[in-house]
Design a protein around this ligand. Structure first.
Ligand code: EPZ
Length: 426
């Protein structure tokens, strides 16, 4: 099977980046809106949809369930769920990305049963789904686990009060969506507060749902309303925008980032200012200039609005180039620092303290190497490292990067990078 990678010319081969990078629609928002289509009686329309692999995979899953997906415009797609949904998730597709699990609750609420595999996605830790399963059982479902498959049945789910064991983004979104179809009041405590959750709730409320508190730690859903149809405008991808801001600070001379929402990027913009980058904010754009010499800073990931765990890997490249010692502390996922060993192979001075903490001392010159992207964000970190390294780098498994970044090499080359997509026929 042919796989693809990215061949990156290092810093010495080109001048600093300049020009305009446009941010696309948010992966972690659009995937949930796609899944929400099964809650509706009629067609819904999604706008500003990014062309990323996970969106394609979600469409595949939905079509397999009987949802009709049609392209209505360059970045607009309609979704029309059937009267009766298939209740088995196609496991080969569902195992490729985490968001497949978001379909479980809505299907259970609609059809009274659902069968799905343990979701796949970025290998950044164990990533259990106990918070989801606990919530469905508290709502009255019966659970059967058969190997890697979960089977849930419920004659009638009921509204109830749930205190989540962990602040989980997808669990909050999934149970919130499930509660919309369930008669009665559901109160959810210890919810995640990522902006994509409030965005999803706003969309569902615009179609007749009754959700209050989304974006805070307590969400109340008055369920049982029928959702007819709605339009979802995918918000800008704050993680892609943060990734571009990191690239601008490292390799940019005059790089503008457009179609973003700086108000959702407080933590990463503050960290970039701390390392000496100049950050100019517009209403929906940013102008980031890197300093001559980067200063070190400590980065501790946190739930929103803290420093996003999804920007930890891209930001670590900044720390390898900063003059001094920085502490990198990944608090959300126990397996999200594994990629650092590849940065060390490129010449970075990194001491891993434990699965959650590492000390990065810079600046060190990085040398181009061959790496393989283990997940979406570490893959981007390797691409960025290749852009600042001496000599050429090869990042294999481009699929993992294409999962969440649309045509990344074309957009970065348009501002002066030198990245070539290569196909390896294995
Ligand atoms: C979402 O993943 C995002 N993915 C992730 O982005 C993001 O890193 C993560 O939230 C944290 O912000 C999507 O929205 C598709 P969690 P999710 O459940 O929901 C534990 C990217 O790169 N937990 O918020 O899977 C879990 O182990 C991806 O775009 C349980 O213990 O993350 C973790 O320690 C990567 N039991 C913590 O909660 C559960 O049932 C937060 O994870 C669920 C989660």
């Amino acid at each position: 099977m042919a796989t693809s990678g990215f061949l990156i010319k290092g810093f010495s081969n080109r001048k600093p980046l300049e020009g305009l990078l446009r941010v696309t629609g948010a992966k972690n928002a659009v995937l949930k809106a796609q899944a929400a289509s099964v809650l509706f009686k009629d067609k819904i329309l999604l706008r500003n949809v990014p062309f990323i692999k996970d969106v394609g995979k979600m469409n595949e899953l939905l079509e397999d369930l009987g949802v009709v997906v049609e392209q209505k415009g360059k970045r607009s797609f309609s979704f029309n769920a059937p009267k009766v949904l298939k209740t088995d998730l196609n496991s080969s597709a569902a195992k490729l990305f985490r968001s497949s699990v978001v379909l479980s609750g809505p299907i259970l609420a609609r059809e009274g049963k659902v069968r799905f595999p343990h979701p796949g996605g970025c290998v950044i830790g164990q990533r259990p789904i106990d918070v989801f399963l606990d919530a469905f059982q508290k709502m009255g479902a019966e659970l059967k686990i058969q190997g890697p498959f979960y089977e849930l049945k419920a004659k009638k789910l009921k509204g109830t009060e749930i205190f989540f064991k962990a602040q989980s983004v997808t669990a909050t979104e999934t149970v919130m969506m499930t509660a919309v179809l369930v008669n009665g009041i559901t109160v959810l405590h210890n919810c995640a507060c990522e902006p994509e959750i409030a965005c999803l709730a706003k969309f569902l409320n615009s179609a007749g749902a009754n959700i209050i508190g989304a974006g805070t730690h307590t969400i109340i859903v008055r369920g049982g309303n029928v959702l007819m149809s709605g339009v979802f405008n995918t918000p800008p991808d704050r993680i892609e925008a943060g990734t571009f801001a990191v690239i601008a600070a490292l390799c940019g001379k005059n790089l503008k980032i457009a179609n973003c929402d700086p108000s959702q990027m407080g933590a990463v913009l503050r960290a970039l200012s701390e390392v000496g980058a100049s950050v100019e904010k517009g209403k929906n754009c940013l102008l980031i200039k890197g300093p001559r010499a980067l200063r070190p800073t400590d980065v501790k990931t946190n739930a929103y609005p803290g420093f996003s765990t999804d920007l930890q890997a891209p930001f670590s490249v900044v720390l390898t180039q900063a003059k001094g010692r920085s502490l990198l502390f990944e608090t959300i996922f126990e397996g999200r620092l594994n990629y650092l060993s590849d940065l060390k192979r490129m010449g970075a001075n990194i001491v891993a303290c434990d699965p959650h903490r590492a000390i990065i001392t810079g600046p060190t010159r990085l040398t181009g190497r061959e790496t393989k992207s283990p997940d979406l964000r570490a893959g981007l970190a390797f691409l960025i490292a290749g852009m600042v390294a001496d000599g050429d780098s090869l990042v294999n498994n481009a699929y993992n990067i294409d999962r969440g970044y649309e045509k990344i090499e074309e957009r970065l080359n348009a501002v002066g990078a030198n990245i070539k997509r290569i196909i390896n026929n294995e």
